[in-house]
Design a protein around this ligand. Structure first.
Ligand code: GLY
Length: 315
């Protein structure tokens, strides 16, 4: 059995590429890296890699992580700049026994010395959006913070190994050095090949309060299906956060177990993409249901057309 699931519609082309690899017996690690690289390379996705929106100083600072579910090896980068594919750097770092989570200049220098492709990640389009937001912020009380749609991927390969990865340019207009949940084990991602894996997207500051990726894997380990584990972890925590912290930011989680069964839960409208040995690649729309459940439906052509228009609309 093989399978792969990823956050957001933006991951779909990557899922198609990864599916071909998994069918041909490639590793789950290659599938995760390939799927995420596709998103990092596409200039119209505003929250990941090239074209990602910058921090308040106009710098695209990126976070990424990779985890191997067989060995628990983890590599991560935070605040890396001018590197084309942070996920590849994170995966390389997962091979290091020490120094496997690098931040800022240390992450960028590691990537440069290791020969990873350098690239100015700030597109003209992203710069325009940033400038426009600065102008708006000067005129109104508009919250500067927006756009933290991480690509998170969990994959299972034919050898029953699993891997997970994330990549994000983080919160638009974030303060210099702000790090989200995406590179944090247990919050942004977690995977155990003997159980399953999970990954998150949404407001990192709130996701890291609940360690939701780990919680979902833990619940699957206790015998819950991926869907039941996602529902239980996400809706309970969203309610707890509202009760004790006053509010809960937007967040969504995906999960897959080691039999290729999957689940998602979300407190806002959320899209995701998946393919398994049994299911054709498809994009779905998820919404929170009335009873701590998730309503999942196939995406419509109207939704996809509107999305395409939105991401390419003139700035
Ligand atoms: N989930 C991505 C972030 O908050 O940076």
């Amino acid at each position: 059995m093989w399978g792969i699931i990823a956050t957001w519609r933006m991951a779909h082309d990557g899922i198609l590429a990864a599916k071909r690899l998994l069918e041909e017996k490639s590793t789950c690690g290659d599938a995760v890296e390939t799927a995420i690289k596709c998103v990092e390379d596409y200039p119209f996705y505003k929250s990941v890699g090239y074209g990602g929106l910058p921090n308040e100083r106009g710098i695209v600072e990126m976070d990424a992580a990779f985890m191997d579910g067989d060995t628990f090896k983890i590599g991560a980068v935070a605040g890396i700049v001018d590197i084309a594919n942070p996920i590849a750097v994170a995966r390389r770092l997962s091979e290091e026994k020490f120094n496997s989570f690098r931040v800022g200049q240390g992450a960028t220098e590691f990537a440069m010395l290791a020969g990873f492709e350098r690239k100015n990640m700030l597109t003209e389009r992203a710069k325009k959006i940033w400038q426009k937001r600065l102008d708006e912020m000067a005129k109104t009380n508009l919250s500067p913070y927006d756009g933290h749609d991480t690509v998170g991927v969990v994959a299972l390969d034919k050898s029953q190994s699993m891997a997970a990865g994330t990549s994000s340019s983080g919160l638009f207009m974030k303060k210099q050095g702000r790090v989200g949940d995406s590179p944090l084990s247990g919050s942004g991602f977690y995977v155990d090949s003997k159980i399953g894996g999970a990954a998150a997207t949404g407001l990192g500051e709130d996701l890291m309060k609940g360690c939701l990726s780990y919680e979902i894997v833990r619940l699957m380990g206790e015998g819950l299906s991926p869907q039941a584990a996602c529902d239980q972890a996400v809706y309970r925590f969203s309610d707890t956060l509202k009760e004790r912290y006053g509010k809960a930011g937007a967040f969504s989680l995906i999960a897959m177990n080691n039999e290729g069964e999957w689940g998602v839960a979300t407190n806002v409208e959320f899209t995701f993409s998946l393919a398994t040995e049994k299911e054709q690649p498809a994009i779905y729309l998820a919404n929170p249901g009335p009873e701590q459940n998730t309503i999942i439906e196939p995406i419509t052509k109207e939704w996809l057309d509107a999305y395409e228009k939105r991401i390419k609309a003139p700035v």
